[in-house]
Design a protein around this ligand. Sequence first.
Ligand code: G3H
Length: 537
Amino acid sequence: MPLRELFKDKTIPETFQIKKHLCQDTYLINGELRPWKGLTTEIYSPILVAEENGEFKKKLLGTVPELGQKEALEALEAAKKAYNLGRGSWPTMRVSDRIDCMLRFVEIMKTKREEVVNLLMWEIGKPLGDSRKEFDRTIQYIYDTIEEYKEIDRSSARIQLSEGVYAQIRRGPLGVVLCMGPYNYPLNETFCLLIPALIMGNTAIFKPAKHGILLMHPLLEAFQEAFPKGVVNILYGRGRVVSTPIMKTGDIDVLSLIGTSTAANALQNLHPKQNRLRLVLGLEAKNPAIVMPDADLDLAVSECVLGSLSFNGQRCTALKLLFVHEAVVEEFNKRFVAKIAQLKYGLPWEEGVALTPLPEPGKPEYCQALIADAVAKGAKIINENGGTRNETFMFPAVLYPVNNAMNIYKEEQFGPVVPVIPFKDIEEPIRAISESNYGQQVSLFSTNPEILAQLIDPLVNQVCRVNINSQCQRGPDVYPFVGRKDSAVSTLSVNDALRSFSIRTLVAAKDNSLNKEILNELLDKQTSNFLNTHYIL
Ligand code: G3H
C-alpha cells in the first residue's frame, strides 16, 4: 500500500465505526454529574475520513466541557469536603469497605471494554491489540492493587512492643490528590496513579490527558456509582485554567502527574506550602541502548525496533538513542532498516498494524524539524521512506551518524525518529548517560557476562533499570517504575504506588496497666478502624 493511500479507500469495519458524535455535556463533581452548557472543546481523531464533499479531514469524534476556574475550585472544595481534614468517611473508612467500592468500580468498568478500546484507537491511534492490552492491563492492575493493599493491611494488623512502648503502625492517606495522566497511556497510566491514591484513602481531582479524553466518558457513571460523593472529581479544561488556581490555593497534598518535567515544575512552583506537597511524577526520558561488538545482532535489532518504535516511539520508556559500536554499526544499520521496512503501517484496527497516525497536532512537523537539523549537521536518513509523511502519519526515520551537536541527541523525540550514534570507546555512551538530564533506564546488548558486569555496576547508579538484551519497558507492573534526575519523583509499582500515596502513621502507648486496659478494650470492641487487629482475607 503506498503511503499516500493510508487514509483513502478504507472501509472501516462496522464494529469500529463511530456513527454519531459523542457530546459529553456533564462533568463529575461532588458525586453529581452536573450538566454543562458552557464552552466545549472539539475532539478530533488523528485518523482522516472522507467528508460528504469527498475531502479527507480529521474525524470529529465529539466534544467535552471546557470548564473554568469556578468549576476547578468547586472540584477542589468537593475533594476537601470528602477528605474533611482526614475525618471524612472515605479516609477513615475500614479498608474492606474501600476495597468494596473499588471492586464495584472495576466490575462496572469491565462492561465498558469495547467502548473504551474503540475510543483509544480513534483518539490516539493506538493499534487494536495494544488498546485491548492497555484496558486489560489496567483491570489487572486494579485487582493486583487490591490484593497488595490487603497484604499491606494484614502486615499492619498487629501491635508491636519496643522499649516499653506499644504501637500499631499503618499507612495513612495524605489528603487531596491532583492527578494528571499522559496521552500515550491515557487510561492505564492515569489509573496507575488514581487507583492507588484512592484506595489509600485520599480524595482526588483528576484531569484527563490532553488526548484520550472522550474515553473517560463511559467510565463517568462508574466513578459516580462506586465512590462516595466528592472522592473522585473529574475536571475537563485547559491546564492553565483549571490546574493553576487549584495549585495556588496550597490545598493540594499530592501532585501526581505523568508528563513533562516543565509542566511538573510549573505546577509545583505555584504551591505556596511546598513541604506539604508530595510529588508522584513520571516524567520524560531519553533511554539509550548500547550495542557492544559481541552482541547478538538479530536480537539487538528486534529489541531496538520494538523499543524505539512501539506505538510510534510515543512511550516514556522508548529507546531514544541507539549507541552502536563502530565495529558492528554497518551491519546493525543494515538489519535494523530491513526490519523497519517490514513494519506494517495503517489504521489502528488493521490486522498486524504497527505504525499508526500520530495524535499530537504538530508532531510530524516537530519530527521533521529534528530530522532536518540532524541532516544539516551531517546525518543521513538511512531507511527507505524515512520521514515520509501523509498528514498525521510519518514513516519512521533512522538517522545516522548522529552526534551530540544535533537536537535529536538531547531532545525527547517521543515519536518515530531513531538516532544511531556510532562509538569507539564505551566511555562515550557512559559519559552521555551521566551528563544527561534524564535517568530512567538503559538497554545493554552483549553476549559476554564480563562485559555486561562492567557496564551494569556503573549504570545502575545512573539510571533505575538496566535491561540486558531487552528493550526498556515499564512492566511487569509489580516491578518498581522509577527514574533519576528529570525522569521521575517517587516510585510506582503495584506495591510502591500504595506507599507513594500514603504516609506511615502510628498509634503508640507506654506499657502500663491503664494503657493495656484501654488497648484491650479498643481491640475487643473494634471501635477504631485504624487501631484494630482485624485481618482481611
Ligand atoms: O510512557 C511510558 C510508559 O510508562 C511506558 O510503559 O514500557 O509498558 O510501554 P511501557
